[in-house]
Structures are given as structure tokens and as C-alpha cells.
Design a protein around this ligand. Structure first.
Ligand code: ATP
Ligand code: FE2
Length: 330
């Protein structure tokens, strides 16, 4: 507690990033430390290696975060951690690490849903109120909106996420993870559009047809830049179409883009134009908070604690925790 404000320390570690954020009740970000595991070139995340990475950096990330905030562990009121969804080995490490600190200093422990945290940090930093949420990341490809007491999923992918697809294509190009930013760079230099399968069903999308077609173009020796350009244009047109449908269906007038893919400028441009044409307001999470971080877990932990929604279930982690299972509020 500081100046009458509750202070929450949040720990993220569901996949590639181990991060610790410290946030106070009045909305000040007191610390934001992160370390990211990078898989070997041409490879995806190896879950056990991600866990080992987190194990190696956790103590130092914690020490740095406390130092940045200039506070002692005694001044912290709440410890929160991302309990899912994610990869079991790094998730379990993170949960055990959080539990240990909470026990050691006798602090309440709050379990946070990683996806809700991506959304809530976006709502907080942009100031939007009740948006249609487009959440695009490694593990999520969802169109959501808040209805009654939870974020409901209006549209999903029927197979892989757009983030996954970009990572896979980048890997085929021999580029390191994360592939999304590399695809964006290449696409900016693309000139020729190659037609790719456009699969939209209601508010759902499917990307495996695009993957097959893109791999074929790579085999044919088509320029990487043109492939990346065609990939972005097709996937983002599909996503913009389903986002527009969700706006029409829910009659909401705000759109919020969150998750790692949200930092893509071309995607932002297409979503923003669509919103402008419909008279809706477009918001995007600031780039520094679009990918995984501890601040979003601390901020959401604080919200949950104050509402008495600390998710006190028995299991330490929920690798397949669905966002619409979480009783929430906005
Ligand atoms: P989840 O939030 O579902 O658990 P995650 O935490 O692994 O998944 P994030 O860190 O939020 O995912 O996002 C990572 C994804 O974002 C990767 O697939 C990465 O390639 C993609 N990405 C990052 N920057 C860009 C970009 N500029 N353009 C496209 N995709 C991007
Ligand atoms: Fe994430």
C-alpha cells in the first residue's frame, strides 16, 4: 500500500515471455520487466525450454521490478499470475513461483486469465468502454464482446490463428520467431498480389487453405515480399470482414484491437478505415503492451481482487482456460 493505493505485482509466464509488472490502484505503472525466450532459428517454441528460460530469469526479473518500483515486498498488497491458457511447463513454473512469493510474504494470490488481461490493458490504455474486441495473438484468433457477465466469443478460427500462420510462413522463409514482424517488413516491399483462399463462415475464419497455397508459392520460387504482401492482404481482409459483422451484430460502436498481431500497421489501417466508414471508433493497444507482459497481469489482478473475482479454484493452472468461462465485469 502506498498513498492509500493498493499495489499489485503481476507475473506473466504462459509462453515465450516471463514478465513482472507492478501497478498501483490509481493506474500508475511502477515496474515493467520482461525477458523473452527465443527458440533456435527455424524452430517454434519448445515448451520445456521456455520453462527453463523462465526458471533462469525469474529471480532477476523480480529483483529488477522491485528496484524499478522502489518498493519492498512488504508494500505489495496482491500477487497475481497468469493461470492460463498457455503451455503447461512454463505455466506451472510461473504458478509455483507466484505461490511461493505469496506464501512467503502472506499476500493474497489472484489467478488471472491471460486473454482477459490482453483486453483489459487495452481498454485501460486506450480509454474505450464497451468495444467489440479483436484479439489476435499466438494462441487466440477471436472476435469478442462483453455480454451480461463475460466476454463472449462471436467468431474464432476453425483451425490455426493468424499469428501461427505468420510464424509458420516466416519459419519456411528461414526467419526466426516471432515471424509476424518479419512478414510485415517483407510485405511492405511487396508489389504483386497472388490470389489466396478466402475462407469466412459467419464470424469464423479458416487459415489452413492459405497456408497450403502459400507453401506452394514458396516452392514455386515466388518473391518472398510478394508472398508476404498477398498473405497480409488476404488474412487481414478476412479479419476486417468478420470484425465489421460483429460490430453490426452487437450494435456496439467501438472496436479494440489487442494481442501481438495488433501491432501490425497494415492491419490497423484496414480496421481503422472500416470503422471510419461505419462511424465506429477504432482503438488499438499501444505497441509496447500488445505482446505478453507482466503489467497486464498486475492491472487485471487488481481489478479482479477489488471485485472479489480472484478465481480461487483448486488447480494452479488451466492450460485450456476459455475466456468465456471467466465471470467478469466491465
Ligand atoms: P496468447 O495471447 O494467445 O496466449 P501469445 O501470448 O503467444 O498468445 P502474443 O505475444 O500476444 O501471443 O502475440 C504473438 C504473436 O503475434 C506471434 O504469432 C507473432 O508473430 C505475432 N506478431 C507480433 N508482431 C506482429 C506484427 N507486426 N504483424 C503480425 N503479427 C505479429
Ligand atoms: Fe499473449
Amino acid at each position: 500500500m502506498r498513498d492509500g493505493n493498493l499495489i499489485c505485482l503481476g507475473i506473466e509466464g504462459t509462453a515465450h515471455t516471463f514478465g513482472i509488472g507492478i501497478v498501483s490502484e490509481d493506474g500508475n505503472i511502477l515496474a515493467d520487466e520482461r525477458e523473452t525466450y527465443k527458440p533456435p532459428e527455424g524452430k517454434g517454441i519448445v515448451p520445456y525450454e521456455a520453462k527453463k528460460h523462465h526458471e533462469n530469469v525469474a529471480a532477476i526479473v523480480l529483483e529488477k521490478a522491485l528496484k524499478d518500483a522502489g518498493i519492498s515486498t512488504e508494500e505489495i498488497d496482491i500477487i497475481s499470475y497468469s493461470a492460463g491458457p498457455g503451455l503447461p511447463p512454463p505455466l506451472l513454473f510461473t504458478a509455483n513461483f507466484a505461490t511461493k512469493i505469496a506464501r512467503q510474504f502472506s499476500k493474497p494470490l489472484v489467478k488471472v486469465h491471460h486473454g482477459i488481461a490482453h483486453i483489459e490493458i487495452g481498454r485501460f490504455l486506450t480509454g474505450c468502454k464497451d468495444p467489440v474486441v479483436v484479439y489476435l495473438s499466438g494462441g487466440h484468433n477471436a472476435i469478442l464482446a462483453f455480454v451480461n457477465d463475460s466476454y463472449k466469443i462471436f467468431g474464432e478460427t476453425q483451425d490455426i490463428t493468424v499469428g501461427n500462420l505468420f510464424d509458420r510462413v516466416a519459419r519456411k522463409f528461414g526467419l526466426p520467431m516471432p515471424g509476424g514482424p518479419k512478414i510485415e517488413e517483407l510485405a511492405a516491399k511487396g508489389r504483386n498480389y497472388f490470389s489466396l483462399p478466402y475462407t469466412v463462415k459467419g464470424m469464423d475464419v479458416s487459415f489452413t487453405g492459405i497456408q497450403t497455397a502459400v507453401f506452394r508459392l514458396i516452392q514455386k520460387g515466388i518473391r518472398k515480399e510478394d508472398i508476404a504482401f498477398s498473405l497480409q492482404e488476404t488474412c487481414f481482409a478476412m479479419l476486417t470482414e468478420v470484425a465489421e459483422r460483429a460490430l453490426a451484430h452487437t450494435e456496439k460502436n467501438e472496436l479494440l484491437l489487442v494481442g501481438g498481431v495488433a501491432s501490425n500497421k497494415r492491419l490497423q489501417e484496414m480496421m481503422s478505415k472500416m470503422c471510419e466508414e461505419r462511424g465506429a471508433k477504432f482503438y488499438v493497444v499501444p505497441q509496447s503492451y500488445s505482446s505478453d507482459n507482466g503489467v497486464m497481469i498486475a492491472y487485471t489482478g487488481l481489478l479482479a481482487y477489488k471485485k472479489g473475482l480472484a478465481n480461487p479454484f483448486e488447480d494452479l493452472v488451466r492450460p485450456r482456460w476459455r475466456i468465456d468461462e471467466v465471470k467478469w465485469f466491465i
